[in-house]
Design a protein around this ligand. Sequence first.
Ligand code: GDP
Ligand code: MG
Length: 234
Amino acid sequence: MCLFRFDEVIYCLESAFVISMEGMYPYHDVMENTHPKKERTLVIIKPDGVQRSLIGEIVRRYERTGLKLVATKMLIPTSEMATEHYMVGGEEWLEAVGEKAAAAYAKKGQKSPFSTYRENGLAILKANATYLSAGPVVAMVWEGNGAIGVVRKITGSTEPMSSDVGTIRGDFTVDSYQISDVDSRSIRNLIHASGNAEEAEKEIPIWFKENELLNYRHLNEAILYDVNLDGILE
Ligand code: GDP
Ligand code: MG
């Protein structure tokens, strides 16, 4: 409510409107779109997850956190689509994933068979495209406060063998860098989950059109996010 002291009128104005270079917008509209509860992340149940009959189990684990499912579809990705998906991180991702693989070799006292991180990254990219396009996958977008981090925490780290107990990758499979390298294939870790906000923003449009991302209010949100818990008591 606006009182008539000068500073309070200014405060009241700032609360009611967001003033930007483009103009003045109602505070509520702007905050609704940028509010932390609107964070979105891409999850893909990879072909091994579908073949292991883990769709329901995986969805259950994300769903029970209170995150909201805003898009989902089942499809068989092409190898080109899979390559585009993994290359959203560009050269930086190639280097980083190669470096991560080299560090895993070093930790086990082994020598990487690749002469550069990039070379290792390229081999991983090629194997990933083959893996992701091997059969049906389930793509989903989950929304909620800290959605990217929450999903990564529940998913577990990249290598299932060293993923924590209680995570999806730790609980439901046994794959390791070592065995996947022996057989020159991608490590099968059931799920893809966006690594950060930039990745999520670039990945989601590869899998979903704008009109496939649904805007709706889930009843859970009142308890998770509403400022006042009105309506509980009769
Ligand atoms: P994620 O975000 O935890 O899935 O891991 P990355 O983004 O670093 O890598 C993408 C995918 O590439 C992983 O999910 C694995 O399937 C595969 N991958 C990553 N690092 C390695 C590796 O060192 N060796 C093998 N064989 N596959 C890897
Ligand atoms: Mg990743």
